[in-house]
Design a protein around this ligand. Structure first.
Ligand code: NDP
Length: 400
């Protein structure tokens, strides 16, 4: 029996609220808090049981601490934006509450995708006897757990890791991002980076690409090398990995729009002056683009996110592919969200469940690959994100 506060009432917050509400034995009491309380109330009205809502500006550490002290939850599930991570971690420490998020802290003024700020909280969480679980979404999140699972059960050592994220969904809009546009575009327009023999190699934004043949009828798609934050933690915790890369699919249409927007400066996070006021072009663009939550009823097709790991087992080289297929329309039928929010929100709920059931426990700051993958993998199968592992015996196209 436990009480959680979910902070953030966007696409992901809505899925987390639905999935927690479906498990009253674990999530006995739920409070949904966000900057705009009306969004919390709209989500609450759709849930199978009553949940409390609250207004909170999570950038305000004192206000968040006061809310936590008043509500006394066992855990905060932070699904606001990456900018709020450190403020919410501070409030959790001040109020003596455990913490979970789905994305690394980002300083608002520069796109970094680094864990250093949150890893610096290690001593504070350890000495407070509290746990912080970082990156419990799909990628990061499930991809870290997949890697740990392959290492535990299939390979003695992983030498080459490719994380491949495919969204084969179609929302019928000329241009839209399927999660927070600001975060999404920051990620996609940043330089690519991958781990190779103990160092980071940099590429231009989406410079390196190739075709990959996806399962479940999705077929061949162009995948683009990007930097993604789980590469940093996975290569830190599995130092045997010689090369680790992250790839994502993008449609030609998406890339064409992005190129034009980039060329005219609309994706920049440098402030510009407009009619006497400073604005950030990317934030202005976000205001013009469709709200990702509005894409739910429109999106058809599947996502396929997984890891290909090549390494050795008993001295023999082996390659395994572990992945999940998720259907946008099935997600919408269950929780009124498309698969991108669903594939993030379900692992956030499961990470929270692991902590509340003490299957994952320990003071300090944790990344997902550091914890026992088995109970989490079991719950993925139970709560909507079934996975499979296949051995790949032929060339996959990812060897070089
Ligand atoms: P949305 O933009 O849809 O929702 C963000 C929510 O956070 C909104 O309700 C917003 O409030 C709220 N919020 C923003 N600032 C504050 C603040 N200062 N105080 C309180 N609430 C605030 O984003 P998503 O739901 O798509 O994404 C949520 C998180 O999930 C992000 O951190 C994102 O990076 C992460 N994510 C992780 C993935 C993974 O696989 N690991 C994949 C996809 C997303 P308001 O309504 O007032 O704007």
């Amino acid at each position: 029996m436990a009480k959680v506060i979910i902070i953030g009432a966007g696409g992901v917050g809505s899925v987390v609220a639905h999935k927690c509400a479906q498990l009253p034995d674990v999530f006995n009491e739920i409070v949904l808090a966000s900057r705009t309380e009306s969004k919390c109330k709209a989500i609450a009205a759709d849930l199978p049981r009553p949940v409390k809502t609250a207004q909170i500006d999570a950038d305000d550490v004192a206000a968040t601490t006061a809310l936590l002290k008043a509500e006394q939850p066992d855990l905060v599930i932070n699904v606001a934006l990456p900018y709020q991570d450190l403020a919410i971690m501070d409030a959790c420490l001040a109020a003596g509450v455990d913490y979970l998020d789905t994305a690394n802290y980002e300083p608002p003024e520069e796109a970094k995708f680094e864990y250093k700020w949150q890893w610096a909280y290690q001593d504070k969480f350890t000495s407070a006897g509290r746990m912080a679980l970082l990156g419990s979404g799909f990628d990061p999140g499930v991809t870290n757990v997949y890697t740990a699972y392959l290492k535990k059960h299939y390979l003695d050592e992983i030498h080459y890791l490719d994380i491949i994220d495919c969204n084969d969904g179609d929302h019928g809009q000329p241009f839209a991002t399927n999660f927070n546009p600001e975060i999404n575009i920051r990620e996609v327009t940043a330089n690519g980076r991958y781990w190779s023999n103990g160092d980071w190699q940099e590429t231009g934004p989406l410079e390196e690409n190739r075709s990959f043949d996806f399962p479940a009828g999705i077929g061949p798609k162009q995948i683009y090398l990007m930097y993604h934050e789980e590469l940093e933690s996975i290569t830190k915790h599995l130092p045997e990995i010689k090369r680790a890369r992250f790839w994502m699919t993008f449609s030609d249409n998406y890339l064409k729009h992005l190129e034009v927007l980039g060329n005219i400066g609309m994706t920049s996070i440098e402030p510009v002056e407009f009619e006497g006021k400073e604005i950030i072009p990317l934030q202005f663009l976000k205001a013009l683009l469709p709200d990702p939550a509005s894409l739910g009823p429109l999106t058809k097709g599947k996502t396929c996110i997984g890891c290909i790991a090549r390494g050795v087992k008993d001295g023999v080289e082996k390659t395994y592919y572990i992945y999940n297929i998720c259907d946008h329309e099935e997600c919408y039928a269950e929780v009124k969200s498309q698969a991108i929010s669903y594939t993030t929100g379900v692992p956030a709920m499961i990470g929270a469940k692991m902590m509340l059931e003490r299957k994952w426990a320990g003071a300090g700051v944790w990344n997902m690959e550091q914890l026992d993958p088995d109970p989490f993998m079991e719950d993925l199968n139970k709560y909507g994100l079934p996975w499979q592992v296949v051995e790949l015996n032929e060339q996959t196209g990812m060897e070089d």
